[in-house]
Design a protein around this ligand. Structure first.
Ligand code: PEP
Ligand code: MN
Length: 347
């Protein structure tokens, strides 16, 4: 349950509530907002501490039973949106943040050319897989540590922070040493051990929706991370499996406004994996921003026809630049900002 304190509740009032909760065996999570303090009570013995008893305590405005199985990630516990900082870039604030780059890092030339191009067009964060989760063991598995080194090189040259995927606990330390943001891919959304481990890090996490994950399962995955102390989580809708194979996945755009209601975490959209077709990337990007997405993650390759993975859904740098321009009026209609062609943030 969630205990909403009155705006003028004193520190002593808050401490009294906390100590009563602890006596009844609850774990306590404090959310100190600008307006008021909200106390989350996790687990514990509900019989030992009735709602009415809590409501009678000084400084308590109301006690709200939380019906969802997730708590820390819920809006009830934290009404203000969470802003996640990646390098100097804020996701979940007024700016719509575009992350772009290749599916996989393939060579120094490829990642540097892509990084320069997407930065010039207004991307704020560089993506690129070094450790790749491929459906087939015979497909290109990524350059591994060499890929991380090349990403760091691209960051040093362009100043763009980097997001890259971690596949398992074994390589987490290696990936975390280079990444500005750790990506948990769709296939790992319920790798609970990995979720716990990234929860212990201080790095922001990009948590993609599992291929067949419900919204509730997805938020519970985020709860695993947050429970360990890391609240810097960005949710990424990347399409789900459906009966229709005309597109690679089915983009669930309703997830964006729904998640914004259920959770305080920022939500971004990946139209590349959601559709699998480059022609659909621009229209779905516009739709995602109109639905309230806090950002986009888009695959860009200097020569998609020669890409070692996901070429058919990758934009050329020119098409990416065209998309950035098309986004501007939609971003303005949403009363948000986006980085411009010179990397400037403007309406
Ligand atoms: C990726 O971003 O390259 C990727 C593999 O995405 P997903 O986990 O969403 O399939
Ligand atoms: Mn990909």
């Amino acid at each position: 349950m969630v205990i909403v304190m009155q705006a003028d509740a004193t520190q002593k009032d808050i401490e009294q509530v906390i100590s009563r909760l602890k006596e009844a065996g609850f774990g306590v999570h404090l959310s100190e907002g600008t307006e008021r303090t909200i106390i989350g009570a996790l687990g514990g013995n509900r019989e030992a501490l009735a709602q009415q008893a809590l409501e009678a305590l000084a400084g308590v405005e109301r006690v709200v039973p939380v019906l969802h199985p997730y708590k820390l990630v819920s809006r009830e516990l934290k009404p203000e949106p969470t802003v996640v900082k990646v390098g100097g870039v804020a996701i979940g604030g007024p700016e719509v943040v575009v992350i772009a780059g290749p599916c996989a890092v393939e060579s120094e030339e490829q990642i540097l050319a892509t990084a320069r191009a997407v930065k010039a067009a207004g991307a704020r964060i560089l993506r690129g897989g070094a450790f790749k989760p491929r459906s087939s063991p015979y497909s290109f598995q990524g350059l591994g540590e060499e890929g991380l080194r090349l990403l760091a090189l691209a960051r040093a040259e362009t100043g763009l922070p980097i997001v890259t995927e971690v596949l398992d606990v074994r390589t987490l330390e290696t990936v975390a040493a280079q990444a500005d943001m750790i990506q948990i891919g769709a296939r790992n959304m319920q790798n609970f051990e990995l979720l716990r481990e990234v929860g212990l890090l201080k790095l922001p996490v990009l948590l993609k929706r599992g291929l067949s994950a419900t919204i509730e399962e997805w938020l519970l995955a985020a709860e695993y991370i947050m429970r360990e102390g890391n609240s810097q989580i960005v949710l990424c809708e990347r399409g789900i499996r459906s009966f229709d194979t005309a597109t690679r996945n089915t983009l669930d755009l309703a997830a964006v406004p729904l998640l914004h209601r259920l959770s305080h975490l920022p939500v971004i959209v990946d139209p590349s994996h959601a559709t699998g077709k480059w022609r659909l990337v621009a229209p779905m990007s516009l739709a995602a921003v109109a639905a309230g997405a806090d950002g986009l993650i888009i695959e860009v390759h200097p020569d998609p026809t020669a890409a070692l993975s996901d070429g058919p859904q990758s934009l050329t740098p020119e098409r990416f630049q065209g998309l950035m321009l098309k986004l501007r009026p939609v971003v303005a209609a949403m009363e948000r900002s986006i980085a411009g062609a010179e990397g400037e943030s403007g309406r």
